[in-house]
Design a protein around this ligand. Structure first.
Ligand code: 9WN
Length: 448
């Protein structure tokens, strides 16, 4: 592998650098996902950002949750973007027009019309824990948030269970690759080949390309045409969730989204038990968790042991070797033997133990796979936030040594202090946006 010089910050400098990034991206109302590329609040970014903020200020973390929930739709959906007044991102509010076209979207704040992985219960858990460790005022603030946010998150989970289970098995489906959070992952290539942009697609200009070092770090124009076409279809359906799932060109059972949902249902159920919420709702969450955990396990590829997505439109399995194949490590539901072989594969030579990697942070695509592209977005680079989610979930299941190993490798990766959106697995070079909030947030959590 080519060698690049990488500066190396000590722990104290790294922690203060991370806090500085979060403060720098804070508009007061929200911590934007990054300073230039993403000047708004993204749903799952916000959850990870809250995990970092909870290490700095319980009140500030709680306010972030309140801002996000301020964008929740009346049917329960938490939209993937809550817009700030910032400009420079496409597609912005004028392309989505959810306030005008949907009866469930709020008028203000402006939001997008799709969702992202439901990791928010994890954020609520960390804020509540930080409150309980903190002062009396922190404790009060966190319990107050728990009381208001818990029913909102329950409604969000109910929305997913109601509108995104087209097969009736608990496998949560997405209607746009952006909903997966892994936009152009090779997981979606075959499903996107069935999306044919109409000739009446309203013309548009991308705004992302001049904000990264090299255009090759971002999705292609052909991919963007499909992203925009799906939004066009949703606009025409008034963003009605059942209509979009019934008629949209893209409908895929997403194992990673499903695993995040199963995990979050259990976490929310725990919080509900601790705060005397309705036993029926807690039991409902447990049943969604068990069902979706089993749905992930049932996608297991007999050849590789990895979880597979399912293309509902084409009625076929998607067996591309990506990090989503390890989804059962997020939510359990597999036998101890299956789990042990997943951990061995994750740490082995086709994944984090690949001999050419600069660090053992988790790559998004197997470096041994034909489609591995080390600097292209979700087609190979290492995203620290993905590793963080695995470490958090693995610790919860008692996989402490593996989680500690991944954490140590990630801290080595991010010690250059750029807090990049993603990193080149073979060189450790920072890619995409720098000063990306969720990278800073998970580093802060790892260092505490
Ligand atoms: C589209 C904000 C978001 C992340 C996603 C990541 C990227 C947006 C984009 O940035 O997606 O939602 O414009 O590329 O893929 O996971 O939430 O950081």
């Amino acid at each position: 592998a080519p060698h690049v010089h990488r500066p190396h910050l000590g722990t104290a400098e790294l922690a203060s650098g991370a806090a500085w990034v979060l403060a720098g991206n804070d508009t007061g109302r929200m911590v934007t996902a990054s300073p230039r590329l993403y000047p708004h609040m993204w749903s799952w970014d916000a959850a990870f950002i809250m995990v970092g903020l909870a290490r700095i200020s319980v009140d500030r973390a709680a306010r972030e949750m309140e801002t996000l929930l301020g964008g929740q739709w009346s049917d329960g959906m938490i939209p993937h973007i809550v817009f700030s007044d910032g400009t420079g991102y496409f597609p912005g509010p004028e392309r989505w027009e959810t306030g005008r076209l949907s009866t469930a979207a709020p008028g203000t704040p402006a939001t997008s019309g799709i969702c992202q992985p439901p990791v928010h219960a994890i954020a609520l858990r960390t804020i509540v824990d930080a409150g309980r460790r903190g002062s009396a005022a922190d404790n009060r603030r966190a319990e107050e948030l728990l009381a208001t946010a818990w029913p909102r998150l329950f409604a969000w989970h109910r929305w997913l269970a109601t509108h995104r289970d087209p097969l009736g098995t608990g496998l949560v489906a997405i209607t746009h690759g952006w909903e997966s959070g892994m936009d152009n992952s090779p997981r979606w290539d075959s499903a996107y080949s069935g999306v044919r942009p109409g000739t009446d697609l309203t013309p548009y200009t991308r705004k992302d390309l001049d904000k990264v070092g090299d255009e090759g770090e971002r999705p292609t124009d052909a991919e963007y045409d499909r992203y925009m076409w799906l939004i066009e279809e949703m606009r025409r359906a008034g963003y009605r969730p059942d209509e979009v799932a019934r008629n949209g060109s893209f409908l895929v059972g997403d194992v990673f989204m499903t695993a995040a949902f199963a995990l979050a249902c259990d976490v929310l159920a725990d919080l509900g038990e601790e705060s005397d919420r309705s036993p029926e709702q807690v039991a409902t969450l447990r049943s969604w968790a068990a069902r979706s955990g089993a749905a992930v396990a049932a996608t297991r590829d007999p050849a590789t042991g990895l979880a597979r997505d399912f293309d509902v439109r084409a009625d076929r399995w998607i067996a591309t070797p990506t990090i989503a194949g390890f989804s059962s490590l997020l939510c359990g539901g597999v036998t101890p033997e299956e789990r042990a072989s997943l951990v061995a594969a994750l740490e082995g030579p086709d994944w984090a133990g690949h001999p050419h990697l600069a660090t053992g942070a988790l790559p998004t695509v197997s470096p041994s796979a034909a489609g591995f592209l080390p600097k292209q977005y979700w087609r190979g680079p290492q995203w620290p936030v993905i590793s963080w989610l695995f470490t958090w979930a693995m610790r919860r299941q008692g996989l402490h040594d593996s989680a500690a190993g991944i954490r140590a490798e990630c801290l080595r990766l991010v010690s250059d202090g750029t807090f990049a959106e993603y990193y080149h697995p073979l060189t450790g070079a920072p890619l995409g946006s720098l000063s990306q909030s969720w990278t800073a947030a998970v580093v802060l959590d790892w260092l505490n």
